[in-house]
Design a binder for this molecule. Structure first.
Ligand SMILES: [Zn+2]
Length: 309
């Protein structure tokens, strides 16, 4: 009997954000579906501290999230500020950190959070308050648990926040495979596939509009090569986005549940083959029928189970 996949979840992950396109309840639905699954062990993480956040974000921004003032900065991630926001984002970053730490022990772990890849040092963006990916990596670097780490970002949207933070972090290598430019709406439906350097330590490859499973897997193969380009990382954080799914309102891609399951399987197989500890997060997913989003995320668990069993 293989070890269960330790998965971090806390009901306090969700701050009240009102009626919003971000289907924040999907995290609770995924947790519910996993509760009776013997191959998964749900565990509550501890929150990160102010010091952990300040390694990545500016103090003025941290204070805005704590106090709600100035309001435009406190709501730069584009949902309404509330006093519950700060404790909730400390817990989500704590979940990502705990999963990263667990992966160093077990080889694989997950957190039922997003990586929040649009958040930059000075402000939030695109529903992302603090960049949990970089907060977790900086903490583990700081305590000497790892010497370097890679982020493989397969959310539909370009990981601009992580890209900008990677620029000043020689120990971090960030790779984005995206199908929606995020920063440029004109490129929304007619992205041309290209590999490019987006600043130091960050490379990205665009999936072309209409991209199917076969084409996506070929591009993913290139991205996995980039993960190893600077040597094997001590840790891989994987953003397993649900928004590349073809029914997603933001997605110009032609990827179904099987395609995304194959994507996840390939990433886990890669991590296992190269003995790179991997922790994954759920990232975006906005399909109107939230059960279809939940299915993408549960399939990621199935792919991990199949690979690491
Ligand atoms: Zn996204």
């Amino acid at each position: 009997m293989p070890l269960p996949i330790v998965t971090f979840y806390h009901p306090g992950f969700a701050a009240p954000i009102g009626d919003h396109i971000m289907p924040i309840r999907k995290f609770a639905l995924v947790a519910q579906a996993l509760r009776d699954d013997a191959s998964v062990k749900l565990t509550q993480p501890a929150p990160v501290t102010e010091a952990d956040i300040l390694r990545v974000h500016h103090e003025a921004y941290l204070r805005a999230i704590q106090t709600g003032e100035p309001r435009d900065l406190a709501e730069s991630q584009k949902f309404p500020w509330s006093p519950q926001l700060y404790p909730s984002v400390c817990l989500t970053s704590g979940g990502l950190l705990a999963a990263a730490r667990q992966a160093l022990v077990d080889g694989v772990s997950a957190a039922l959070v997003s990586g929040f890849h649009h958040a930059e040092a000075a402000r939030g963006q695109g529903f992302c308050t603090f960049n949990g990916l970089v907060i977790a990596i900086d903490k583990l670097i700081n305590e000497g648990a790892i010497r370097n780490a890679s982020v493989l970002d397969c959310d539909l949207h370009y990981g601009n926040g992580t890209a900008s933070l990677a620029g000043t972090r020689p120990y971090l290598r960030a790779i984005s495979v995206y199908g929606n430019d995020y920063l440029d709406n004109r490129a929304y439906r007619n992205i041309v596939p290209r590999m490019h350097e987006d600043g130091a330590n960050h490379k990205s490859i665009a999936l072309p509009g209409g991209c199917d499973g076969r084409e996506m897997l070929a591009i993913l193969e290139q991205a996995l090569g980039l993960v190893l380009e600077a040597g094997k990382p001590n840790l891989l954080l994987y953003q397993a986005g649900a928004d590349p799914y073809f029914e997603d309102p933001f997605s110009p891609l032609n990827l179904n549940h099987e395609d995304l399951y194959e994507r996840d399987r390939r990433v886990f197989k890669f991590a296992k083959e190269h003995q790179i500890p991997v922790a994954w997060v759920l990232a975006g997913g906005y399909t109107e029928d939230v059960q279809k989003v939940v299915k993408v995320h549960l399939n990621t668990f199935a792919a991990a189970r199949e690979t690491f069993a």
